[in-house]
Design a protein around this ligand. Structure first.
Ligand SMILES: *[C@@H]1O[C@H](CO)[C@@H](O)[C@H](O)[C@H]1NC(C)=O
Ligand SMILES: *[C@@H]1O[C@H](CO)[C@@H](O)[C@H](O)[C@H]1NC(C)=O
Length: 477
């Protein structure tokens, strides 16, 4: 845990003790207390259950309906603005959810790594993964909700209302987490980091969705596109239509999912994430450089280079090194390089574990010239596959209780997370040709010209935002 994280932990204990004394109530010293339903909300929920008001529903418009393109800059501005309004409790909740995001993200990364489908590389978004499952939690009841809560990392102790996750608090913490990544503390300046998330809910024609469910997803992302189309007649064509629709609306060239949708599904839930980081003080090297994919293959790729004092460490026993590069604000990029190119799988299995955070602490500042490929990575995975691998194939299956999503019974098909991840030089900077080059024996050359791992990490909420591996940085445009 970072020192900031420990401070937050201590504050929570104090807050809770104080609240307990003031209310003369049972004191819950539980780390997730802040994410549970309060007593008052529980009473309201009980009342609502008795009165059962009919919730408004709507039918999504057909996929061919005109849709204006996503305004990424506006989306990002909203996140930056949200960061300016954060209170202490928002930050505490974000730190708690950040912890859960990390645990689930690392676990799912390991699950995914058992079946890498793309040999050139991969990228996973723990936040999108967590947000997707938290969205389903908001739509779930009974045992489905209980199982989802446990999968998110918070098994409800006594099943009582006040030990149930409040999905609204969780998604609002996720918004805080996203805004902390892009907030740079200098309003008005062009943000070096861009993060956009778009949800696509695709339904069979005629399926009505509950309005309150849709509204509750807003903190995850304000851009939620619900569209209907024929999923049954030609599943491959349906998948193609969805791809074309998302491409037209976002402009992002995402991975195409490998398979069509399954013919009996009535709801597909897809999250699309675009991240773009501009590395301050780094410039694009002229021409291309060689990147050794393995001991018989090399590719020529554009590379970035920058010099600075970066936390760095080398694990001589396990044969890898780690370098941390600031990305502005409290965000940073971790680069993990196996000393031997063919060692990527071993190092990946070793490093992306639950003790990942403590590994990051064993770094000390060094003057470094870092050279690495410019990156554009795409990752795509179906959460249904991950749940199956995690031995929970029915969690979002035919028997799932998702009555808060729709009054009709819902058959969830693909639950896709697609990520487009880009890292480039900061083109707002002047070329650094005339800058003094602090070359010399004391400057360590770190050159990522063979397979490596990376993580994007935000320190205030201690959240892993992206995890990935680069085997061959060449990409088809
Ligand atoms: C690290 O490299 C050394 C020398 O190449 C080798 O002897 C050792 O077995 C390696 N360690 C691991 C954990 O692979
Ligand atoms: C190339 O790498 C493979 C493992 O990836 C190894 O088995 C093989 O011995 C290597 N060849 C040479 C010439 O180093």
């Amino acid at each position: 845990m970072t020192p900031a994280g420990m401070g937050l932990g201590a504050t929570i204990v104090c807050l809770l003790a104080w609240a307990g004394l003031a209310a003369g109530d049972r004191v819950y010293i539980h780390p997730f207390h802040l994410l549970f339903y309060s007593k008052t909300s529980c009473e309201q929920l009980e009342k609502a259950d008795v009165e059962t008001p009919k919730e408004p529903t709507f039918t999504p418009v057909p996929i061919q309906a005109k849709t204006s393109p996503v305004d990424e800059a506006a989306l990002n501005d909203q996140l930056v603005l949200a960061a300016e309004k954060l209170g202490d409790e928002d930050r505490l909740r974000a730190a708690k959810v950040g912890m859960l995001v990390d645990v689930l993200g690392l676990r799912m990364y390991r699950t995914l790594s058992e079946t890498w489908s793309d040999p050139s590389g991969a990228v996973l978004s723990p936040v999108a993964l967590f947000g997707t499952l938290a969205s389903f939690y908001l739509g779930a009841s009974d045992s489905t909700a209980t199982q989802l809560q446990a999968f998110l990392g918070v098994p409800g102790e006594d099943q009582g209302c006040t030990s149930r996750l409040d999905g609204h608090k969780v998604l609002s913490a996720l918004q805080t987490i996203q805004s902390l990544l892009v907030a740079q503390g200098r309003p008005g300046s062009q943000a070096p980091l861009l993060l956009s998330t778009v949800l696509g809910l695709f339904t069979a024609p005629g399926l009505r969705l509950r309005q309150p469910f849709m509204q509750s997803l807003a903190p995850f992302t304000p851009i939620i596109l619900a569209r209907s189309l024929d999923l049954a007649t030609d599943p491959d064509l349906a998948a193609e239509k969805i791809n074309r629709f998302m491409q037209a609306v976002t402009g992002w060239k995402m991975h195409r999912p490998l398979t069509g949708v399954s013919a009996d599904s009535t709801l597909l839930f897809n999250a699309y994430v675009h991240f773009q980081g501009k590395m301050k003080g780094f410039s694009l090297l002229p021409g291309t450089r060689e990147f050794r994919v393995d001991n018989s293959t090399s590719v020529s790729v554009p590379m970035l280079s920058g010099t600075g004092t970066f936390p760095h460490g080398s694990d001589a026993e396990n044969n890898f090194s780690m370098t941390r590069v600031p990305l502005g604000g409290s965000a940073c990029l971790l680069l993990i390089q196996p000393h031997c190119a063919s060692d990527l799988d071993r190092v990946e299995a070793l490093v992306f574990q639950h003790d990942f955070r403590s590994r990051m602490k064993n770094l000390s500042p060094r003057a470094i010239r870092l050279t690495m490929p410019q990156l554009r990575l795409r990752g795509s995975y179906n959460l249904q596959d991950l749940l199956t691998q995690a031995k929970l194939p029915t969690l979002l299956g035919a028997e799932a209780n998702l009555g808060k999503i729709s009054d009709a019974s819902v058959t969830v098909g693909q639950v896709l997370n697609s990520v487009l991840f880009e890292l480039k030089a900061d083109d707002r900077e002047q070329p650094v040709e005339s800058a003094p080059q602090p070359a010399g024996p004391e400057v360590l050359e770190v050159t990522l010209n063979s397979p490596f791992l990376f993580a994007v990490y935000e320190r205030e909420a201690s959240t892993l935002h992206f995890l990935g591996r680069v085997v061959s940085p060449l990409h088809k445009a």
